[in-house]
Write a protein that binds this ligand. Structure first.
Ligand SMILES: *Cc1c(COP(=O)(O)O)cnc(C)c1O
Length: 424
C-alpha cells in the first residue's frame, strides 16, 4: 500500500482487535482516524483513539484519595453481580406464584432497621423529595425555613424541586434564624398548607447568630412533617459498630431518631452514610408512604432489581448488626495504626499521616485521622494511567495515597503502581 493512501477502514479496525473493544467501536475509531489528518499516521491515530475509548469505559479504580464517599467515584463502593446474571423475584411472590411488589423486600427491611412503619425506594434522594412533594403537596403549600432552601451537589435545589413537584413554596423565617412561631403563623395564615419540610444542611454550616426549629418542635404544628435528612445514617447509636458511633459523626441526623422525634416521613440517600448503591429511601407513616407509592411518578422513579438486591443485602447486614460487612463502615472505622502498618508494608520510606474525609456532600469540615503514602510532586496523572487506575490526592506539591479508602487486597496493586513510577 502506498504510504499516502489511507488503509481500509475495515482492515484497520480488525488490526485493533487486541484492544478488546467490540468491532463497531473499532470501526468508529478507524473511520475517524482515516478522516482526520495525515494518512501516514492513520494507524497510530486509530490505535490511540481505540485505547482512549477503552480507557473511558466505566471501570473499577483504586480510590487512594481518602474521600470515603467520593461523588465522582460513585460515592459508596458497591459490587455488581453481572458475572452472576440470573432472573430475580423482583415482582414475583414465591409462596403464591403470583405477581408481587418490588417494594416489599429491601424497603421493608430498611424500614425495620430504622423503626419506620413502611418505606419505598426510588432512584435517589432527589427523586424521593420530588415524589413526596408531588404526592402530598401538589397544588398546595409546603412550608420551609428560609435557612434550608439549599442546593446539594450538582444542582439539586429545594425551590426548583418544589416547582417541579407542583407544590407551592411557602418560605418562613430568615436565612440565619427561623423560629417555631414563624411556622405557626404561616400555617394558620395559609389555607392550603399541606406539609412542613425540614431539610438537613448536609454540605454547609451556618455559624454565629442562628436559630432553627428542631423536628420535635415542628411535629406539634398539626401538619405532616417531612424531614429530608439526605445523609442516610440509619441510627445515631450505630449498633452495627462494635465501638458505637465514631467521634466525627457528632450531630449528624439519623433516620431512627428523626422519626422518634416526630417526623412523619423522612427521605435519605442510599449511597451516602447508608453505604449502599445509588437510591433514595422514603420511610415513615404507612399511609403517607402508600400515597407516595400510588403516585404516577413512583413508576418513573423506581429502581431496578440490581439496586434492590444490593439494598436487600445491605439492609440484612444492618439488621445483623454486622458493620464489617458494609464496605463504607469497614473503611470509615479502621484504626490509624493499622493503616500505618499497611503503608510500611508497601513502602516504609513513604509512610505519612494524613486526613481522610467522609465526602459525598456530608459532614463539611470533618476530618478523619488517617495514614498512607506520600510522594514528592504531582504523580497523579501517572497513577491514573496505570491498570487498574489509581486515583490519588494532590496537595502541597505532593501526591497523597490514603489507605483508608483502599481495600487491603489492593495494597499489592499500589505497590506495583509505585514500582512502575520508580517511587519505591
Ligand atoms: C444528598 C442530599 C440530597 C440529594 O440526594 P441524592 O441521593 O444525591 O439525590 C437531598 N437532600 C439532602 C439533604 C442531601 O444531603
Amino acid at each position: 500500500m502506498a504510504p499516502d493512501r489511507p488503509p481500509s477502514v475495515d482492515r484497520l479496525a480488525r488490526s485493533l482487535a487486541d484492544t478488546g473493544l467490540p468491532h463497531p467501536l473499532l470501526v468508529d475509531a478507524a473511520r475517524q482516524a482515516v478522516a482526520d489528518g495525515d494518512p501516514a499516521d492513520a494507524v497510530d491515530r486509530a490505535r490511540d483513539l481505540a485505547e482512549a475509548t477503552a480507557r473511558h469505559l466505566l471501570t473499577g479504580v483504586v480510590n487512594a484519595t481518602g474521600v470515603l464517599l467520593h461523588t465522582n467515584l460513585g460515592r459508596a463502593p458497591w459490587g455488581t453481580t453481572l458475572d452472576d446474571a440470573r432472573y430475580r423475584t423482583l415482582e414475583f411472590d414465591l409462596a403464591t406464584g403470583e405477581r408481587g411488589s418490588r417494594q416489599d423486600r429491601a424497603p421493608a427491611l430498611l424500614a425495620r432497621a430504622c423503626g419506620a412503619e413502611a418505606a419505598i425506594v426510588v432512584n435517589n434522594c432527589a427523586s424521593a423529595v420530588l415524589l413526596v412533594l408531588a404526592a402530598l403537596a401538589e397544588g398546595r403549600s409546603a412550608v420551609v425555613s428560609r435557612g434550608e432552601l439549599v442546593e446539594i451537589g450538582g444542582g439539586f435545589r429545594i425551590p426548583d424541586v418544589m416547582a417541579q413537584s407542583g407544590a407551592r413554596l411557602l418560605e418562613v423565617g430568615t436565612t440565619n434564624r427561623t423560629r417555631r412561631e414563624d411556622f405557626a403563623r404561616a400555617v394558620s395564615a395559609a389555607d392550603d398548607a399541606a406539609l412542613v419540610l425540614s431539610v438537613h444542611r448536609s454540605n454547609y454550616r451556618i455559624e454565629g447568630f442562628t436559630e432553627s426549629v428542631a423536628v420535635a418542635d415542628l411535629a406539634s404544628l398539626g401538619l405532616p412533617v417531612v424531614a429530608d435528612i439526605g445523609s442516610g445514617l440509619l441510627d445515631a447509636a450505630c449498633p452495627w459498630l462494635a465501638d458505637g458511633p465514631p467521634a466525627w459523626l457528632q450531630g449528624e441526623p439519623a433516620a431512627r431518631q428523626t422519626l422518634e422525634a416526630g417526623a412523619d416521613l423522612i427521605t435519605f440517600s442510599g449511597d451516602k452514610l447508608l453505604g449502599g448503591p445509588q437510591a433514595g429511601v422514603i420511610a415513615g407513616r404507612a399511609d403517607l408512604v402508600a400515597a407516595c407509592a400510588a403516585h404516577p411518578l413512583a413508576r418513573a422513579l423506581r429502581p431496578g432489581s440490581l439496586v434492590l438486591h444490593a439494598l436487600q443485602d445491605l439492609a440484612l447486614a444492618y439488621l445483623r448488626r454486622d458493620g464489617d460487612a458494609i464496605p463504607f463502615w469497614r473503611m470509615a472505622t479502621l484504626g490509624v495504626d493499622g493503616l500505618r502498618e499497611r503503608a510500611a508494608g508497601i513502602a516504609p520510606g513513604l509512610v505519612a499521616d494524613m486526613a481522610a474525609v467522609p465526602g459525598g456532600g456530608t459532614l463539611p469540615g470533618v476530618e478523619i485521622p488517617s495514614a498512607g503514602l506520600r510522594l514528592d510532586g504531582d504523580r497523579s496523572a501517572d497513577l491514573r494511567a496505570g491498570s487498574p487506575p489509581v486515583v490519588a490526592r494532590v496537595a502541597d506539591d505532593a501526591t497523597w495515597l490514603d489507605l483508608r479508602t483502599v481495600h487491603p487486597d489492593d495494597d499489592a496493586l499500589l505497590a506495583d503502581a509505585l514500582d512502575r513510577l520508580g517511587a519505591r
